[in-house]
Design a protein around this ligand. Structure first.
Ligand code: F6R
Length: 370
């Protein structure tokens, strides 16, 4: 069942081109318009939405954070992301004009389910993004957008994460299309770019994996690893840190790169490994330059910098101890590529330490208690 891979996790990392491709499948009509038949919420209701709240836990919540950047940009609807277990207890402002998006691989996470129920009690409509057919959260939600990642066996989530992000992009583009946003061209460009992602993920696996594995085996004794990212790279950094904690039992933290100077830079010491996810140099704003200067700052303080950047981005080389290049993509879609080396890194490192990658200590695949 592992298709010859040493662990389910490694197999599932390799399933990702298919997971993303299958999640896109059948959702575009012949004119390249998005059709989400599963969203059985009245279109007038969807047009009247004035706020979106994404609720989820763990990795699914990081997918939600990526979704926020995309949905706000494409739909101009204020979007919040909240950990499901925090959401309920702060008396959230949710009503008939709120669309709640519950993201859950298993569809059985009790914290997320309770948050769904709470939102529905306040009159909100709930769309579930879920990987498990017929599970509780999609059954109780008003609509469901299934991710087609296939069963995920390894406790640490990989392919479900990329599929969740993909589904969230589709939801964002669908809402933008429905609300007649002026971004028509951008919607069709994005859909075409999404269609190109499975092949690009495959390239990361083919070209980057061997280099990442080599680095990981040499880092067996790392005591702590930091991850920095900005914009959509921020949740990617958080996800990279979570993977390492979960399966390699290494202390890891993800930070927003801009936050570095507000405290975390004090942690940087000789030899401290730091992954940095660099935004596309072709993106808007000056984010790329800012992140490159972050790399320069930490390198000057002795950090071992491990950089994930877009192909052709030569500016990062000067300050990077290691660079992993991923194919070019629109900034908002970059998480589908930049996450993959981080998953491989954690998986390989945990394996090198002799741990059971698929069944990390203290964790269960689905958390059905609050
Ligand atoms: C991390 C991981 C967990 C889950 C979280 C939510 O690798 O697997 O953080 O993402 O427990 O689970 P679901 O998506 O099933 O609601």
């Amino acid at each position: 069942e592992k298709d010859g891979y040493p662990s389910f996790m490694e197999k599932e990392i390799h399933d990702q081109p298919a997971a993303v491709g299958d999640t896109l499948l059948g959702r575009l009509d012949e004119n390249g318009r998005l059709t989400l038949d599963e969203i059985k919420i009245d279109e007038t209701v969807l047009r009247s939405i004035d706020k979106i709240v994404v609720i989820a836990c763990g990795t699914a919540a990081y997918a939600g954070q990526v979704a926020r950047y995309a949905i706000e940009h494409w739909c101009r609807i204020p979007t919040e992301v909240e950990l499901a277990h925090e959401f309920r207890y702060r008396d959230p402002i949710v009503n008939e004009k709120t669309l709640v998006v519950a993201v859950s691989q298993s569809g059985e996470t009790m914290d997320t389910l309770m948050a769904v129920r709470h939102a529905q009690e306040q009159g909100a409509k709930v769309v579930a993004i879920c990987n498990t057919n017929g599970s509780t959260i999609p059954r109780e939600a008003d609509a469901v957008l299934y991710t087609h990642a296939g069963p995920e066996i390894a406790v640490a989530s990989t392919k479900a994460f990329l599929a969740q992000i993909t589904a969230a992009y589709l939801l964002g583009l669908y809402l933008a299309q429905l609300r007649g946003n002026k971004f028509k061209d951008e919607i069709s460009t994005m859909l075409a770019e999404l269609e190109a992602m499975p092949a690009k993920i495959q390239r990361v696996l083919d070209e980057v994996e061997p280099q990442v594995k080599e680095l990981a085996t040499g880092m067996k004794d790392a005591g702590s690893v930091l991850f920095l990212g900005r914009h959509v790279g921020f949740p990617v950094a958080m996800e990279g840190a979570l993977k390492l904690k979960e399966i390699a039992y290494i202390h890891a933290e993800g930070f927003a790169a801009g936050e570095l100077k507000h405290g975390p830079i004090a942690l940087i010491d000789q030899g401290q490994p730091v992954f940095v996810i660099v935004p596309s140099p072709n993106g808007r704003d000056s984010l790329h330059a800012k992140v490159v200067s972050n790399i320069q700052e930490i390198r000057a303080r002795g950090a071992e910098t491990i950089v994930i950047a877009e192909e052709g981005d030569d500016a990062v080389r000067e300050f990077a101890n290691h660079v992993f290049y991923v194919p070019e993509a629109p900034t908002l879609l970059q998480p589908l590529l930049a996450t993959v080396p981080l998953q491989i890194f954690a998986c390989e490192l945990a394996g090198a330490k002799g741990y059971d990658v698929d069944q990390p200590r203290n964790l269960a695949k689905s958390v059905t208690v609050e």
